[in-house]
Design a binder for this molecule. Structure first.
Ligand code: TYD
Length: 134
């Protein structure tokens, strides 16, 4: 997969003076069925999460609160996406190296995943990733 297949997706936003509401429906707002949901929170300043790629898993990442950067890398090109609103997110296709950093205080990253957790779906070694991509 190439970086160009990753994209920011705007979510429906129901504005209301009582407070706003946004929605994610599988296969409608995001291009996969949701098999798993997890979230990352209480990240100490300066920490990096997720320096790895997945062979199969696709993800959709939303900053439900606060802000952070997602850096994607397809072995040729790198791109940084800054997430800081809960009404859009980043679609990450399989096969891209991704890391997350620059977490603000109280940042809450919601991640919707297309597969169950499989340790053997991870590529955690960057040199191995580059070898597979070449
Ligand atoms: P990992 O995906 O490596 O975190 P990150 O990429 O954000 O740094 O996961 C950290 C630990 O949590 C690792 O030991 C595996 C475990 N884990 C699960 O058991 N299930 C899951 O769905 C996820 C995402 C992680």
């Amino acid at each position: 997969m190439k970086i160009s297949e990753a994209k920011i997706i705007n979510l429906p936003k129901i504005l209301d003076r009582r407070g706003n509401l946004s929605i994610i429906e599988e296969m409608k707002n995001i291009p996969f069925k949701i098999e798993r949901t997890y979230w990352i929170y209480d990240v100490p300043g300066g920490e990096t999460r997720g320096a790895h790629a997945y062979k199969e898993n696709q993800e959709f990442i939303v900053a439900l609160s606060g802000s952070f950067d997602v850096i994607l890398d397809d072995g040729k090109e790198k791109k940084t996406f800054s997430l800081n609103r809960s009404y859009y997110g980043l679609y990450v296709p399989k096969g891209l190296w991704r890391q997350m950093n620059n977490f603000s205080t109280n940042a809450l990253a919601l991640i919707l995943a297309s597969t169950k957790y499989h340790a053997n779906d991870y590529i955690r070694n960057y040199d191995e990733f580059l070898k597979i991509k070449s």
